[in-house]
Design a protein around this ligand. Structure first.
Ligand code: FAD
Ligand code: SF4
Length: 331
C-alpha cells in the first residue's frame, strides 16, 4: 500500500471542493472495495476524503411517489427498509444476494455503484490489463476468462461489472444524483456505467470530481411480479456468473410491460429494450419467454472458457421470467 493523506469531509460542498483540488484524491465510504484495491496496489490515491459524516444517510419519500436513497445508506439498511421491501422487493432481493452480512453492513449505495470489476488480471499487477494500465494489453482475452463478458465487449476489455444492486436498479430505471464543482446533475442508470470500447479504464460517466449524493427510485416498483435470479459457483458469498432482474406488469396473464436486466454478462448491467418490447401484449408463456431470451443473447460472443455463459444466460432469462410471472417458485 502506498502512502496517503486523509481528511474527513464535513459537508457536501467541502467534499466536492476537496476532490476538485487534487486529481489523485479519492472519496472513501465503506472502504470494502477501495481498501482492497489499495492493498493490491491497483489503486494508488495520494489522498483519501472520508465521506461517512455527510448527511446522505437517509431514505426519503419523493413527491412523484418514488424513494430517494442517500449515497451513504448501507446496503443492509436499503435491503431491510420496510418501504423498499414492500415497494421494491426486487432491489431488496438483489442486494441480499450479494456479498455477506458483514460486508453489506459496511458497503454503501454510492460505493456499490462504483465498485470495480472482479477480473483476476485487473487485480494481478504482474499481468497486462488495459483497465488498470491503459495500452498494456488484456490478459483475459486469451487467458482464463470463465467469469468474463459475452455482450458489449471490445478487443480491449471483456470485464464484467460485478454489482447485484445495479442490475436491479437498471430494471427499475433508477437515476443517480451527483454533485460537482459546476453544480448538480442527474444520470439515468442506463447511462451511468460504460461499455469498454477503446477506453476500458473508464467504468462510468461520473466525472472524477463529482460526488454521488443519492439514487432515486421511480414510483413504479414491480412489487407484484418480479424476480432476481443469481447463478454463481457457490450458493452464497460469490459474485454472479449470470444474474437476471425482471419486473413484469401483468393484466390477466397478458404482459403490459417487461423489464429485464442482466448481470455478470457485460461491462455494465445489460438491458435490451427492443427485446423487452417484444413481450408487450404477449401472453406470459414459456414460448414468448424463450423468444425474448434468444433475442437478448443474439449477439453474444464467448471467449473460450466463458462460452457456456451464453446458454446459461438464455436459460436464466426464461427462468427469471417464469418466476416473475408466478409460474415457477422463487427461491
Ligand atoms: C469478499 C467480497 C464479496 C463481495 N460480493 C459481492 C457480491 O456478491 N455482489 C455485489 O454486488 N457486491 C459484492 N461485493 C462488493 C461490495 O458490494 C462493494 O465492495 C461495496 O458495495 C462498495 O461500497 P463501499 O461503500 O465499501 O465503497 P468504497 O470501497 O468505499 O468505495 C468504492 C468506490 O466508490 C467511490 N465512492 C464511494 N462513495 C462515493 C460517493 N458517494 N461518490 C463518489 N464516489 C464514491 C470510492 O472513491 C471508490 O472508488 C463484495 C465485496 C467483497 C470484498
Ligand atoms: S478483461 Fe479488462 S479488466 Fe480484465 S485484463 Fe482485460 S482489460 Fe483488464
Amino acid at each position: 500500500m502506498n502512502r496517503f493523506s486523509f481528511e474527513r469531509a464535513g459537508s457536501v460542498a467541502g467534499a466536492v471542493s476537496a476532490i476538485a483540488r487534487n486529481e489523485r484524491a479519492r472519496f472513501i465510504a465503506g472502504g470494502t472495495n477501495l481498501l482492497d484495491l489499495m492493498k493490491e496496489n491497483v489503486s494508488r490515491p495520494s489522498h483519501l476524503i472520508d465521506v461517512n459524516r455527510l448527511p446522505l444517510n437517509t431514505i426519503e419519500e419523493q413527491a412523484d411517489g418514488g424513494l430517494r436513497i442517500g449515497a451513504l445508506v448501507t446496503n443492509s439498511a436499503v435491503a431491510y427498509d420496510a418501504r423498499v421491501e414492500q415497494r421494491y422487493p426486487l432491489l431488496s432481493k438483489a442486494i441480499l444476494a450479494g456479498a455477506s452480512a458483514q460486508l453489506r453492513n459496511m458497503a454503501t449505495t454510492g460505493g456499490n455503484l462504483l465498485q470495480r470489476t472482479r477480473c483476476y488480471y485487473f487485480y494481478d499487477t504482474g499481468t497486462p490489463c488495459n483497465k488498470r494500465e491503459p495500452g498494456s494489453g488484456c490478459g483475459a482475452l486469451a487467458g482464463i476468462n470463465r467469469i468474463h463478458a459475452i455482450l458489449g465487449t471490445s478487443e480491449k476489455c471483456i470485464a464484467t461489472h460485478p454489482s447485484d444492486m445495479c442490475v436491479a436498479l437498471a430494471a427499475l430505471e433508477a437515476s443517480i444524483q451527483v454533485k460537482g464543482p459546476d453544480g448538480e446533475r442527474t444520470i439515468p442508470i442506463a447511462e451511468f456505467h460504460r461499455l469498454p470500447g477503446d477506453t476500458p479504464h473508464l467504468d462510468t460517466n461520473l466525472r472524477p470530481d463529482e460526488l454521488i449524493t443519492s439514487v432515486d427510485l421511480p414510483a413504479k416498483g414491480f412489487a407484484r411480479n418480479f424476480s432476481y435470479l443469481k447463478i454463481r459457483d457457490r450458493q452464497s458469498y460469490a459474485f454472479a456468473l449470470v444474474s437476471v432482474a425482471v419486473g413484469l406488469e401483468l393484466d390477466e396473464g397478458v404482459i403490459r410491460e417487461a423489464r429485464i436486466a442482466l448481470g455478470g454478462v457485460a461491462h455494465k448491467p445489460w438491458r435490451d429494450t427492443k427485446a423487452e418490447a417484444m413481450l408487450s401484449g404477449q401472453r406470459a408463456t414459456g414460448e414468448s419467454f424463450r423468444s425474448v431470451a434468444d433475442a437478448i443473447l443474439r449477439d453474444a460472443k464467448g471467449y473460450g472458457h466463458n462460452t457456456f455463459k451464453i446458454e446459461l444466460a438464455r436459460r436464466a432469462v426464461v427462468r427469471a421470467l417464469e418466476q416473475a410471472a408466478g409460474t415457477e417458485v422463487q427461491q
